[in-house]
Design a protein around this ligand. Sequence first.
Ligand SMILES: [Zn+2]
Length: 409
Amino acid sequence: MPATTHCRICGGTVREFIDFGRQPLSDAFVDPDRGGEQEFFYRLATGVCQSCRMVQLMEEVPRERMFHESYPYLSSGSSYMRAHFEGVAKHFLTAELTGEDPFIVELGCNDGVMLKAVADAGVRHLGVEPSGGVADRAAEKGIRVRKDFFEQATAADVKRTEGPADVIYAANTLCHIPYMDSILNGVTELLKPGGVFVFEDPYLGDIVDLTSFDQIYDEHFFLFSAQSVQAMAARHGLELVDVERIGVHGGEVRYTLARQGARTPSAAVAELLAEEEARDLAGLATLERFAGNVRKIRDDLVALLTRLRAEGKRVAAYGATAKSATVTNFCGLGPELVPFVCDTTPAKQNRLTPGTHIPVRAPEAFSSPYPDYALLFAWNHADEIMAKEQAFKEAGGRWILYVPEVRIV
Ligand SMILES: [Zn+2]
């Protein structure tokens, strides 16, 4: 019998379908002088609720361990993502924030990449961001930030001091939060009667299609689908009124919730729900097949890297992403198979990857000299990175990709 737990949304039975074993925190890069003595490990495993179909982690990591003063991820780090968020801001400014003195709140505003465009347009806004370092960066850009976790009490306080919100937005944040009741109670408290709650997060359908198992790590507590979001919204008097599939971060959906009956759901909602039903997206058989595909990727990747090492090829990895923690730890990839990984984030450089202790170097190390093969952990930015690293390819270098299958390009 697979392990079970209780659903964080509805209390139903969650049945496990994949176990990644012992994992470190995905952003806990290790100080080489201290080794791994301080590392925190937990069991990373995923299950699906047999009642509301929400896919979720079997074990929860305390939030203060993940989102803290030195949280290293910056939303503005990629030019593609900057353009994406500027587009989001433009949409809100023209379609939603058009009344008198409109107000927008962003949960997990990170370094303020979206709110900057809102602030520049002179629109009232507030970012709520618990990770102090990135919140300071947003404040430096002239964005109003509250360093806090968003929950019911926070929402009530914001409403008391600032009034209700026309738009509440969250990108790659909502799926991080196990205590969803408090979030959605806060949203319903803070939202204007005709307002919208818009969030975008990795989509279960894309994860299954691409076998992108590295979307599963400590910070991604929930893997949403239209079915599970609709059920979750209904518990709080909210309704799923629009969905849009977006290409960022390896495939996401932007969900729009409104108060029950406030807006007419778009045709896209019914279409995506029907598609999920037809493919039995959250069915155990579908998810167990996904788990089998994940194990094949692990076996193929280890076999390839072992062969390259035996042939004396030089291998490096590109992008010490949070999601690569799942890949390296699940596949057991340490410095003997992947001698180093390059990353543009200064806070990660000269440290070791969580759990597997691969040295992280500055981007300059990639070209001095170029390796024979580069394992692309930041595969969701493949186009942007391959265009930037044209010289690597011209020098004879090859990329190793592992999603949706292991291959050399
Ligand atoms: Zn449930």
